[in-house]
Design a binder for this molecule. Structure first.
Ligand SMILES: *Cc1c(COP(=O)(O)O)cnc(C)c1O
Length: 214
Protein backbone atom coordinates (compact mmCIF):
# COMPACT_ATOMS: atom_id res chain seq x y z
CA UNK A 1 0.00 0.00 0.00
CA UNK A 2 2.60 2.55 1.10
CA UNK A 3 4.98 1.38 -1.61
CA UNK A 4 2.39 1.61 -4.37
CA UNK A 5 1.17 5.01 -3.23
CA UNK A 6 4.68 6.40 -2.99
CA UNK A 7 5.86 5.02 -6.30
CA UNK A 8 2.93 6.73 -8.00
CA UNK A 9 3.51 10.07 -6.28
CA UNK A 10 7.29 10.04 -6.72
CA UNK A 11 6.87 9.35 -10.43
CA UNK A 12 4.59 12.35 -10.79
CA UNK A 13 6.59 14.91 -8.85
CA UNK A 14 8.84 17.07 -11.03
CA UNK A 15 12.56 17.17 -10.19
CA UNK A 16 13.64 19.75 -7.63
CA UNK A 17 10.57 19.36 -5.44
CA UNK A 18 11.07 18.02 -1.91
CA UNK A 19 8.46 15.52 -0.76
CA UNK A 20 7.97 15.61 2.99
CA UNK A 21 6.04 12.62 4.33
CA UNK A 22 3.64 13.96 6.97
CA UNK A 23 3.88 11.22 9.58
CA UNK A 24 1.70 12.33 12.50
CA UNK A 25 -0.08 9.29 14.04
CA UNK A 26 1.94 6.90 11.84
CA UNK A 27 3.95 4.10 13.41
CA UNK A 28 7.72 3.71 13.21
CA UNK A 29 7.07 0.65 11.06
CA UNK A 30 5.03 2.66 8.55
CA UNK A 31 7.65 5.40 8.49
CA UNK A 32 10.43 2.86 7.90
CA UNK A 33 8.50 1.48 4.94
CA UNK A 34 8.24 4.96 3.48
CA UNK A 35 11.99 5.49 3.98
CA UNK A 36 12.67 2.18 2.22
CA UNK A 37 10.65 3.51 -0.72
CA UNK A 38 12.75 6.63 -1.04
CA UNK A 39 11.41 9.14 1.50
CA UNK A 40 14.25 11.41 2.65
CA UNK A 41 12.24 13.99 4.62
CA UNK A 42 9.57 13.51 7.24
CA UNK A 43 7.29 16.07 8.89
CA UNK A 44 5.99 15.73 12.43
CA UNK A 45 3.50 18.02 14.17
CA UNK A 46 4.26 17.42 17.83
CA UNK A 47 7.61 17.46 19.62
CA UNK A 48 6.62 14.72 22.03
CA UNK A 49 5.45 12.35 19.32
CA UNK A 50 8.56 13.06 17.26
CA UNK A 51 10.86 12.40 20.22
CA UNK A 52 9.62 8.83 20.56
CA UNK A 53 10.05 8.13 16.87
CA UNK A 54 13.41 9.88 16.68
CA UNK A 55 14.89 7.44 19.21
CA UNK A 56 14.16 4.62 16.76
CA UNK A 57 14.58 6.26 13.38
CA UNK A 58 17.37 8.73 14.08
CA UNK A 59 19.16 10.91 11.59
CA UNK A 60 18.71 8.83 8.42
CA UNK A 61 16.07 11.34 7.28
CA UNK A 62 15.65 15.09 7.53
CA UNK A 63 13.13 16.02 10.23
CA UNK A 64 10.72 18.92 9.57
CA UNK A 65 8.58 20.40 12.31
CA UNK A 66 5.28 21.22 10.58
CA UNK A 67 3.06 21.80 13.62
CA UNK A 68 2.80 24.81 15.89
CA UNK A 69 5.74 25.11 18.31
CA UNK A 70 5.42 26.38 21.87
CA UNK A 71 8.33 28.35 23.25
CA UNK A 72 8.88 25.95 26.12
CA UNK A 73 9.47 23.09 23.65
CA UNK A 74 12.12 24.84 21.56
CA UNK A 75 15.12 23.20 23.24
CA UNK A 76 13.71 19.73 22.68
CA UNK A 77 12.64 20.54 19.13
CA UNK A 78 16.15 21.64 18.18
CA UNK A 79 17.54 18.25 19.20
CA UNK A 80 15.28 16.46 16.73
CA UNK A 81 14.37 18.72 13.86
CA UNK A 82 16.58 19.89 11.00
CA UNK A 83 14.15 22.66 10.07
CA UNK A 84 11.22 24.35 11.79
CA UNK A 85 8.58 25.30 9.21
CA UNK A 86 6.21 27.06 11.59
CA UNK A 87 7.88 30.19 12.93
CA UNK A 88 5.20 32.86 13.28
CA UNK A 89 6.45 35.28 15.92
CA UNK A 90 9.59 37.17 16.84
CA UNK A 91 9.45 35.71 20.36
CA UNK A 92 9.54 32.15 19.03
CA UNK A 93 12.42 32.98 16.68
CA UNK A 94 14.28 34.61 19.57
CA UNK A 95 13.96 31.44 21.61
CA UNK A 96 15.22 29.32 18.71
CA UNK A 97 18.18 31.64 18.19
CA UNK A 98 19.01 31.46 21.87
CA UNK A 99 19.42 27.68 21.90
CA UNK A 100 20.55 26.94 18.34
CA UNK A 101 24.18 26.38 17.50
CA UNK A 102 25.08 28.07 14.24
CA UNK A 103 22.56 29.20 11.66
CA UNK A 104 19.38 27.20 12.21
CA UNK A 105 17.03 27.01 9.19
CA UNK A 106 13.41 28.06 9.62
CA UNK A 107 10.41 28.87 7.48
CA UNK A 108 7.88 31.56 8.29
CA UNK A 109 4.35 30.18 8.50
CA UNK A 110 1.86 32.35 6.64
CA UNK A 111 -1.81 32.37 7.61
CA UNK A 112 -2.69 32.94 3.98
CA UNK A 113 -6.47 32.91 4.47
CA UNK A 114 -6.21 35.17 7.54
CA UNK A 115 -8.20 32.74 9.67
CA UNK A 116 -8.37 34.15 13.19
CA UNK A 117 -8.12 30.83 15.05
CA UNK A 118 -5.12 29.57 13.10
CA UNK A 119 -1.39 30.01 13.62
CA UNK A 120 0.82 31.78 11.11
CA UNK A 121 1.44 35.42 10.25
CA UNK A 122 -0.98 37.42 8.15
CA UNK A 123 0.30 38.18 4.64
CA UNK A 124 0.72 41.90 5.31
CA UNK A 125 2.99 41.23 8.30
CA UNK A 126 5.39 38.72 6.77
CA UNK A 127 8.04 41.13 5.50
CA UNK A 128 8.08 43.04 8.74
CA UNK A 129 8.56 39.86 10.76
CA UNK A 130 11.35 38.68 8.46
CA UNK A 131 13.16 42.00 8.89
CA UNK A 132 12.91 41.71 12.67
CA UNK A 133 14.04 38.08 12.78
CA UNK A 134 16.97 38.72 10.43
CA UNK A 135 18.89 40.49 13.19
CA UNK A 136 18.98 37.32 15.31
CA UNK A 137 22.35 35.55 15.59
CA UNK A 138 21.51 31.91 14.99
CA UNK A 139 18.64 31.85 12.54
CA UNK A 140 18.52 31.50 8.82
CA UNK A 141 15.18 32.21 7.16
CA UNK A 142 14.90 29.82 4.22
CA UNK A 143 11.38 30.53 3.01
CA UNK A 144 7.68 30.31 3.71
CA UNK A 145 5.15 27.66 4.62
CA UNK A 146 1.36 27.79 4.40
CA UNK A 147 -1.48 25.41 5.14
CA UNK A 148 -4.32 27.32 3.54
CA UNK A 149 -7.94 26.91 4.59
CA UNK A 150 -9.80 23.62 4.77
CA UNK A 151 -11.81 23.44 1.55
CA UNK A 152 -13.99 20.83 -0.05
CA UNK A 153 -12.83 21.49 -3.57
CA UNK A 154 -8.99 21.56 -3.71
CA UNK A 155 -9.21 24.14 -6.49
CA UNK A 156 -10.52 26.64 -3.92
CA UNK A 157 -7.14 26.66 -2.16
CA UNK A 158 -5.30 27.97 -5.23
CA UNK A 159 -5.74 31.69 -4.41
CA UNK A 160 -4.07 31.17 -1.03
CA UNK A 161 -1.11 29.39 -2.56
CA UNK A 162 -0.89 32.22 -5.06
CA UNK A 163 -0.87 34.87 -2.32
CA UNK A 164 1.89 33.01 -0.50
CA UNK A 165 3.98 32.70 -3.67
CA UNK A 166 3.61 36.42 -4.25
CA UNK A 167 4.92 37.19 -0.77
CA UNK A 168 7.72 34.67 -1.30
CA UNK A 169 8.79 36.46 -4.49
CA UNK A 170 8.70 39.90 -2.93
CA UNK A 171 10.69 38.69 0.08
CA UNK A 172 13.34 37.46 -2.34
CA UNK A 173 13.94 41.08 -3.29
CA UNK A 174 14.75 42.27 0.21
CA UNK A 175 18.43 41.93 0.84
CA UNK A 176 18.95 40.94 4.45
CA UNK A 177 21.60 38.97 6.29
CA UNK A 178 20.58 35.39 7.00
CA UNK A 179 17.59 35.51 4.69
CA UNK A 180 17.74 33.19 1.73
CA UNK A 181 14.28 32.59 0.30
CA UNK A 182 14.57 29.15 -1.30
CA UNK A 183 11.83 26.97 0.13
CA UNK A 184 8.11 27.41 -0.44
CA UNK A 185 6.31 24.68 1.50
CA UNK A 186 2.67 24.24 0.50
CA UNK A 187 0.31 21.52 -0.66
CA UNK A 188 -1.02 18.37 1.01
CA UNK A 189 -2.60 15.12 -0.20
CA UNK A 190 -5.45 16.69 -2.11
CA UNK A 191 -3.75 19.92 -3.16
CA UNK A 192 -0.09 19.18 -3.94
CA UNK A 193 -0.50 19.29 -7.70
CA UNK A 194 -2.10 22.72 -7.43
CA UNK A 195 0.64 23.82 -5.03
CA UNK A 196 3.35 22.83 -7.50
CA UNK A 197 1.56 24.70 -10.28
CA UNK A 198 1.61 27.74 -8.00
CA UNK A 199 5.32 27.48 -7.25
CA UNK A 200 5.75 25.17 -4.26
CA UNK A 201 9.26 23.70 -3.86
CA UNK A 202 8.27 21.48 -0.95
CA UNK A 203 5.03 19.50 -0.47
CA UNK A 204 3.81 17.74 2.68
CA UNK A 205 1.81 14.56 2.09
CA UNK A 206 0.31 12.18 4.65
CA UNK A 207 -2.96 10.52 3.69
CA UNK A 208 -2.07 9.92 0.04
CA UNK A 209 1.00 7.96 1.18
CA UNK A 210 -0.21 6.14 4.29
CA UNK A 211 -3.99 6.03 3.83
CA UNK A 212 -6.61 7.67 6.04
CA UNK A 213 -5.63 8.51 9.63
CA UNK A 214 -7.45 6.41 12.23
C1 LIG B 1 -1.21 16.50 8.41
C2 LIG B 1 -0.50 17.59 7.72
C3 LIG B 1 -0.17 17.49 6.35
C4 LIG B 1 -0.57 16.33 5.48
O1 LIG B 1 -1.94 16.23 5.38
P1 LIG B 1 -2.64 15.09 4.46
O2 LIG B 1 -3.94 15.66 4.09
O3 LIG B 1 -2.73 13.88 5.33
O4 LIG B 1 -1.74 14.87 3.31
C5 LIG B 1 0.53 18.53 5.79
N1 LIG B 1 0.90 19.62 6.50
C6 LIG B 1 0.61 19.74 7.80
C7 LIG B 1 1.03 20.96 8.53
C8 LIG B 1 -0.11 18.74 8.45
O5 LIG B 1 -0.42 18.89 9.75
Amino acid sequence: MIRENLEKILKEIPPGITLVAATKTRSVEEIRQAIDCGITDIGENYVQEAEKKFVEIGKCVRWHLIGHLQKNKVKKALKIFDIIETVDSFELAEEISKYAHGLYPVLIEVNSAMEPQKSGVFPAEVENLIEKISILQNIKIMGLMTMGPLVENPEDIRPYFRITKKIFDSCKQINLPNVEMKILSMGMSDSWRIAIEEGATCIRIGTAIFGPRK
